[in-house]
Structures are given as C-alpha cells and as structure tokens.
Design a protein around this ligand. Structure first.
Ligand SMILES: *Cc1c(COP(=O)(O)O)cnc(C)c1O
Length: 385
C-alpha cells in the first residue's frame, strides 16, 4: 500500500451511489440497537464497531486506519492531545516500582510526566544522552520496563539510533515508545526500525493548519488494545469526531505540506550555517551535523524545524533579531502552514525546563511561505543583532 493510496482511498466508500469524496462526519456520541440481542452482540465488540463514541466512532475509526497504515503499524489510537497520547501509553505499561530510561532532552511535558506525575506513583527514571546507545544499556536496571525516545528531539535535534536502541531494549525486556512528531508519519518509521509504539502530536504536521490539538499512538494490536481497554477509556482523553474529520482532510495534503517545508529547509539551513551572524545551526541533514549519516539513514527527509544559535552579545540582541522578523510569527508549536520563531530566552524562568539550553538558542519553523521571502526576512532581522 503506497502512501497516496492510504491517504486518498484506504477505508473510504468508493462504491455506494453518490459515494462522497469527502468522508462523512458522524458526530453522534451514541449508537442504538433494534433489539436486546443486537445490543448484547455489539457490546462484545465495543471497540471495533459503533457503540459509544469514546470507544469507537466511524469518523475517528477511518482516521485510525489511515494513521496506522502510514506508520506501518497494526492499529492506532487518536487522542485529544499529544500529551494525552503519551501519558496513556506510558501509564499502560508501568506500575509502582518500575524504572524508565528516557532521552535527556525530551519534550517538556514528557519530562514532567516522568519527573512529577509518575514519580508520585513510585515510578523511577534515568535520563540518558540520546546520541549514545551505550548509555541506554548502562542505565538499565532489573526493573527497567520502558525506553522513552524522541528522535530527533524538538529543540536541539539530537538523533537516536532507533534500530540499535530498540535491540538493546528487546534484550533487556523493555518496551520502546518513540515520539515521532518531528518527522511526521511520512519521513521516519520507527516501527520498521524495531520500535514497539510510536507517538505523534497531531497538532503539528498531521493536522497542520493551526486549528486542532490531538495526538496519536500506533503499534501492534496487542499493545494498542491494552492501552485502549484501560488508559484510553479511563483517562478519556479521546479526540472529538469533528477534529478527527479535520485531520482526515489535512491528511490529503500532508505529503505536499511536508515536501514544501523540507524543500525550503534544504535551502535555508545551509544558508544560515554560512551566515556571519549565526554561530550554530541544529538541523540533522546538514553535511556538518555530527549525526548526519545516521539521520540520513533512518529519516527519509528532514523537515523545516531547526534551531540556531545567533552570534549575539547579549539577550537584548537576541530579542532584537526575533522582534524584527516579519514573516515568522512568534509562537511555540510548529508543523502548520505558518512560519514561526520561538526564542528559548522567552520561556526560561520559573518552569525551569530550558535551563539546560543556551540563552542564544532560537527555534525556527519553516512553514509554507515562499522560502526566498523567508531568507530575505532572516537576513534583515539578523542585521539587527
Ligand atoms: C507539541 C509536542 C507534544 C505534545 O503535543 P500536544 O498535542 O501539544 O499535546 C509532544 N511531543 C512533541 C515533540 C511536541 O512538539
């Protein structure tokens, strides 16, 4: 099954009279039955057919089918946020006394899940250098049950050797979950590399229009079933059918949107690397990136999320650069049509999440704008430093 078949045809009605080209949005939260016998039968397959929308909804089911196929997974679940997806998946496989090995710069709320929430329930963790497979092995204990990965991660873009780390986890009897948001479901397939479960924030590339918050978990049927029958249903962070419908629409253009972002990054990242006002560029496909070989081996392409360190004498100069940008809107998040700038210095402070990052680090997201216009904008703003 090729990707465009999955996106445009899989699971869709081609044959009924007036088959709609846009799939129907079934908003109903409930489904009824003509007889007790029919209801009794339906409850047996509650998660596979319409019964109650928290568990199964036809619009959400179509999205699940397509996302699972894109990820080379047997099944997928869609949540009301990426954080909800991660929390449900992680909790499904842990109990008090277990230990988690996690990359040392995960997404901020993944870190909080380990440090604050799970620690309260007696789950321990060790953060390791994401780039060193040996570090995962040394961090393992007798009670290690889970490896929590994210490759590349989303501020400094360190790359984890997913096949090597998946092999270590298997040997140690630990499950692997990889946050695959950076590459989206098209440019990297952790499951093919041996990872058990992939997670996405669909708020980024998958929806891609800045108007939905959602998340995805994909993997083998037995794992997805386990999450569904427990944490998915009890924590209840499920997506609304209306948002699932918007994502089905967004999927139609996912390859085009990702190609545009990646193509523009291929032009802009090398340009920034040569710019006299830029100290460093973090983008794994740059020839001078220390992990470029690994990145090119396990990722099909590298999209337009990158960070730079600017050659600024002080924080005020970083602010001048960011404030001067006209085509990049200042905001967190990424993966939409809009190009964005996120200066780490804006979020340093009480939360403490970014204390281990340099103050002159600025993340850029190259959206669907004209890349030449973005280059001119970067050029004039860098001159303000
Ligand atoms: C945004 C993000 C998340 C969280 O997703 P939400 O949909 O905002 O809950 C998780 N991981 C990464 C890498 C992200 O960028």
């Amino acid at each position: 099954m090729d990707e465009s078949w999955i996106i445009n045809h899989l699971g869709e009605d081609h044959d009924s009279p007036h088959a709609p080209v846009a799939p129907p949005l079934v908003r109903s939260n409930n489904f009824s039955f003509p007889t007790v016998a029919a209801m009794r039968e339906a409850v047996q397959i509650e998660f596979d057919a319409p019964f109650y929308t928290r568990g199964h909804n036809p619009t959400v089911a179509l999205l699940r089918e397509k996302l699972a196929a894109l990820e080379h997974a047997e099944d997928a679940l869609v949540f009301s946020s990426g954080a909800g997806a991660m929390t449900a998946a992680v909790m499904a496989f842990l109990r008090a006394g277990d230990h988690v090995v996690c990359i040392d710069k995960p997404y901020s709320w993944t870190r909080k899940l380990l440090v604050d929430l799970l620690a309260r329930f007696g789950v321990e963790h060790t953060f390791v250098d994401a780039t060193d497979p040996g570090a995962y092995r040394s961090a393992c204990r007798a009670n290690t049950k889970l490896f929590l990965l994210e490759s590349p991660n989303s501020l400094t873009f360190e790359v984890t050797d997913l096949a090597a780390v998946a092999a270590i986890a298997r040997e140690k009897g630990a499950l692997t979950i990889c946050d695959n948001s950076h590459s989206g479901p098209l440019y990297q397939h952790p499951i093919v590399l041996g990872i058990d479960l992939t997670m996405h924030t669909a708020s980024k590339f998958i929806n891609g229009h800045g108007d939905v918050v959602a998340g995805v978990i994909a993997g083998r049927k037995e794992h997805v079933r386990r999450i569904m029958a427990n944490e998915f249903m009890t924590l209840g962070a499920v997506v609304s059918p209306a948002d699932a419908w918007l994502m089905l629409r967004s999927l139609r253009t996912l390859p085009l949107r990702m190609e545009r972002s990646a193509g523009s990054a291929e032009r802009i990242a090398p340009y920034l690397a040569e710019h006299p006002k830029v100290k460093e560029v973090y983008w794994p496909f740059l020839p001078q990136h220390p992990q470029v070989e690994l990145a090119r081996r396990q990722m099909r392409r590298c999209t337009g999320l990158l960070s730079i360190r600017v050659k600024a004498p002080d924080e005020a100069a970083v602010e001048r650069f960011c404030d001067r940008l006209e085509r990049f809107r200042m905001a967190v998040s990424w993966g939409g049509y809009e190009s964005l700038v996120f200066p780490v210095c804006a979020l340093k402070g009480p939360s403490g999440y970014y204390t281990d990052l340099p103050w002159d680090l600025v993340r850029l997201y190259i959206g669907l704008d004209d890349p030449e216009a973005l280059l001119r904008d970067l050029d004039q703003a860098l001159a303000a430093i």
